[in-house]
Design a protein around this ligand. Structure first.
Ligand code: HSE
Length: 403
């Protein structure tokens, strides 16, 4: 029998217990042995909960119980979660997690400990929630050199942008509604400012490069400056606006990673990834393009991904099931200022001539608006765009990159 412990009995933790118990026949057959949740660690008690008898408050009970071979860390944060994970791996117990913050920050180190101790550190649920993306990248696309990843990795912001597009609504009102409906947190900063997507793309980038990509060094911009007017121009141009997390392996061995809103052609597969869904578009040098799509958040989809990792660990007791390469060596991040792209600019209605003069070769978009003008620049470096924007001065109302 595989005995499992769950650290944290919140949304994902209760989902993990539910998946293991409700799908016990399927899970046990695939694990090769019957699976049982022996402990649930939480600071709180859960009177009346069907699994209240398994709730404990002392982590050492789990650490010192030789029967427990796999532990699900679904508490979040990088404090106690980090200490517990390290101790468990050092003790030879496999750990499966949805904690993207911890994976992004200490993934390389925790993988190294797991390998040395012949156990596993698995994190399928940390990126894309229930979408299988880590396992396909590390176990299925192994013959590929992954060249680029372009992804929608945050459900909250994708929901807000989809609503803004559909209802021609502004950011502030849409965020408020999303909070009322429980789709956005009361403190939405990590989602709307792009930090959550940044951690997830740092994980994907590290797997793509085989070296550690520091999330704190990734250029990150959120969606709080996007307006209904920007969407009018996007629509007129046959495009939409998405918060894209991108990562490209450059020929000089560096990685160009960023999170920022982008104009996306209506024909791009990511343009139809709407509401709380996520999409991960991967380009391999032999395979070409492949896309993963599904529920990027939510109790049961995320828990299902955690339990898929538990099954993997159960099938590899006494050895590591990790085959990904994610060294502690730091990957070199390319300078975003030197990267080249086109930009959409929305400007004051009176600035048409100045726009044509400063952004030579730009093409105007007719959205039928009199309040402002919109145009696409030619391709240029970010640095050059910034210089031209300074010369354009207060005429510039907003600017969004083209994917
Ligand atoms: N806040 C995250 C999102 C949850 O909105 O995608 C899943 O990581």
């Amino acid at each position: 029998m595989i005995k499992v412990a769950v650290l944290g009995y919140g949304t994902v933790g209760s989902g993990v217990v539910e998946v293991i118990e409700s799908n016990n026949a399927e899970v046990s057959v695939k694990a090769g042995e019957e699976m049982h949740v022996k402990y649930i660690l939480d600071l709180r008690d859960f009177p009346g909960d069907p699994y209240e008898d398994r709730v404990i408050h002392d982590f050492n009970v789990i650490l010192n119980d030789a029967e427990v071979s796999v532990v699900c860390e679904v508490m979040g944060g990088v404090g106690a979660a980090y200490q517990f994970t390290r101790q468990l791996l050092e003790a030879g117990k496999s750990v499966c997690t949805s904690n993207k913050e911890l994976v992004a920050k200490h993934g390389a180190e925790l993988l190294e400990i797991a390998r040395n101790k012949k156990c596993s550190y698995m994190f399928e649920a940390s990126v894309g929630g229930g979408i299988p993306v880590i396992r396909p990248i590390t176990k299925a696309l192994t013959a590929e050199r992954i060249e680029k990843i372009t992804a929608i990795l945050n459900g909250t912001t994708n929901y807000i942008l989809s609503k803004m597009e559909k209802e021609a609504a502004d950011y502030g009102d849409t965020l408020k509604k999303a909070q009322e409906l429980g789709y956005a947190e009361r403190n939405p900063e990590a989602d709307v400012e792009g930090y959550d997507a940044c951690r997830k793309v740092a994980i994907l980038s590290s797997l793509m490069m085989g070296k550690n990509v520091d999330s704190e060094k990734i250029y990150t911009e959120g969606i709080s400056k996007i307006s209904a007017a920007d969407f009018e121009y996007a629509k007129a141009a046959g495009m939409t606006i998405k918060l894209l997390a991108t990562s490209e392996a450059l020929e000089d061995g560096s990685v160009l990673a960023m999170v920022a809103p982008a104009f996306v052609s209506g024909e791009h597969p990511l343009a139809v990834v709407n509401d709380v869904f996520n999409g991960v578009f991967v380009r391999g040098n032999m395979l070409g393009d492949v896309m993963f799509y599904g529920r990027g958040a939510g109790k049961l989809p995320t828990a299902s991904a955690v339990v898929s990792d538990v099954i993997d660990c159960a099938r590899h007791i006494g050895r590591s099931s990790i085959i990904c390469i994610w060294d502690r060596e730091e990957a070199k991040l390319a300078d975003v200022a030197e990267s080249r792209k086109r930009f959409f600019v929305r400007a004051k209605a009176s600035a048409g001539e100045k726009a044509a003069e400063i952004f030579q070769g730009c093409s105007f978009v007719d959205a039928g608006r009199t309040e402002d003008i919109g145009f696409f620049t030619e391709e240029m470096s970010e640095k050059s765009f910034e210089e031209k924007s300074s010369a354009f001065g207060e005429a510039l109302l907003s600017r969004i990159r083209l994917a």
